[in-house]
Design a protein around this ligand. Structure first.
Ligand code: PLP
Length: 404
């Protein structure tokens, strides 16, 4: 039986490993399996591979390779940045206050909430209807005891890109450590840490066609941080544990590749994203773009579609082979609108119809056109079956929107 056609439109969730990346990784599972801490030839070989990966990452970040720490992913990088700076401040009695935003990834938000249990105070800045944080809000939130500002580079649900360079200047002028979660930005936005004026920056390899379970934390030299994982002296005593050598090799190659091809990838993604946005806005009534219309990731097309429920929508799309996601987190059978959609002020009934489509290298215009046709048909069917079908028909009639 022929395999069902599948169209993957969830690159914000994860990406496939590129063949060149896999090829670079493979020998480190087999003939070059050494532990980088061993002194004999196998170990030296593995250690050289780590150094090579560190240099590749540093070249993209425009930093010293010694400022690059490999971790187990974006989640660990965020945890380490936030808890590391906070606990260092506690140890040295330097301050107790952290500033972040209401739309961060849970790796950041839950790290902050954890710290609150120990008496740290956290300001969760609001964002506007596009998901943008305001510079004057950041400035106004700064207190004499502020030790850390953490603002994501680009949002994972709605794709909005935050003014990192400007916040970086603010933080640096005041001597406050500044962290950015750049997990979704990688591959699309400039990661030059000097330009961005960040002290800490998190990356996750599986978002830029590298392997899962590997991340990077950039820590600017001199940043006050207390490292969180004790054990051996790996990662220059900053993150104990035998290194994931194949994963780290893959991370270096994937990031280098992503930045070598960045202009082309951005152009390709933007073209498909705009085709999706334009098609959905034209063909599906009562569909609203979420996130900023211009200051958004080139691969992110996210919406709220009224009179449909995300769960039914995603299942129907899956039946047609289309892989997409929503901005909702399923908790014990009930679908709660995400904290991001709540923060940008989307009313609950509308937030229940969220849809996130994130394109990638291998998607084609033909796939987008197929998706648009399927989406139009599925949304129409779900609306007819919806408990709000009558309300939908009345709204459609009052707007003079005809049946497609
Ligand atoms: N931060 C953001 C913005 C993300 O989108 C993600 C993953 O979706 C993470 C952090 C966590 O990264 P990882 O999956 O590598 O733990």
């Amino acid at each position: 039986m022929a395999e069902k056609r599948r169209i993957y439109l969830d690159h914000a969730a994860t990406t496939p490993v590129k063949p060149q990346v896999l090829e670079a990784m493979l020998p480190y599972f087999t003939e070059r399996f050494g532990n980088p801490s061993s002194i004999y030839s196998y170990g030296r070989e593995a250690s050289r591979a780590l150094q090579d990966a560190r240099e590749r990452v540093a070249a993209v970040l425009n930093c010293d390779p010694r400022e690059v720490i490999f971790t187990s992913g974006g989640t660990e990088s965020d945890n380490l940045a936030i808890k590391g700076v906070a606990w260092h401040a506690r140890l040295h009695n330097r301050g107790n206050h952290i500033i972040t935003t209401a739309i961060e990834h849970h790796a950041v938000l839950h790290s902050c909430q954890y710290l609150e249990k120990f008496g740290f105070e956290v300001t969760y800045l609001p964002v506007d209807k596009y998901g943008l944080v305001s510079l004057s809000d950041v400035e106004a939130a700064i207190r004499p005891d502020t030790v850390l500002i953490s603002v994501m580079y680009a949002n994972n649900e709605i794709g909005t890109v935050e003014p990192i360079e400007e916040i970086g200047s603010l933080a640096r002028e005041r001597g406050i450590a500044f962290h950015t979660d750049a997990v979704q930005a990688a591959g699309y936005l400039d990661l030059d840490v000097r330009k961005l004026k960040v002290d800490l920056l998190s990356l996750s390899a599986h978002k830029f066609y590298g392997p899962k379970g590997v991340g990077v934390l950039y820590v600017r030299k001199g940043t006050p941080i207390l490292y969180q994982q004790q054990g051996g002296s790996q990662e220059m005593n900053r993150r104990a544990g035998t290194e994931n050598v194949p994963g780290i090799v893959g991370t270096g190659v994937a990031l280098e590749l992503a930045y070598r091809c960045r202009d082309e990838e951005v152009r390709h993604a933007r073209e498909l994203r705009d085709r999706l946005i334009e098609g959905i806005m034209r063909r599906i009534p009562f569909a609203y773009l979420t996130g900023h219309p211009e200051l958004r990731l080139p691969n992110n097309a996210s919406f709220c579609i009224e009179f449909v429920e995300s769960e039914g929508l995603l299942l129907s799309l899956d039946l047609k082979g289309i892989c997409a996601s929503s901005g909702s987190a399923c908790t014990s059978g009930s679908i709660e609108p995400s904290h991001v959609l709540r923060a940008i002020g989307v009313p609950a009934p509308l937030a229940h119809g969220s849809l996130r489509l994130t394109v990638g290298s291998d998607n084609t215009a033909e796939e987008i056109d197929y998706t648009l046709a399927v989406l139009e048909e599925v949304v129409e069917r779900l609306r007819r079956l919806s408990p709000r079908a009558k309300e939908f028909e009345a709204r459609r009639a009052s707007l003079g929107v005809g049946r497609p």
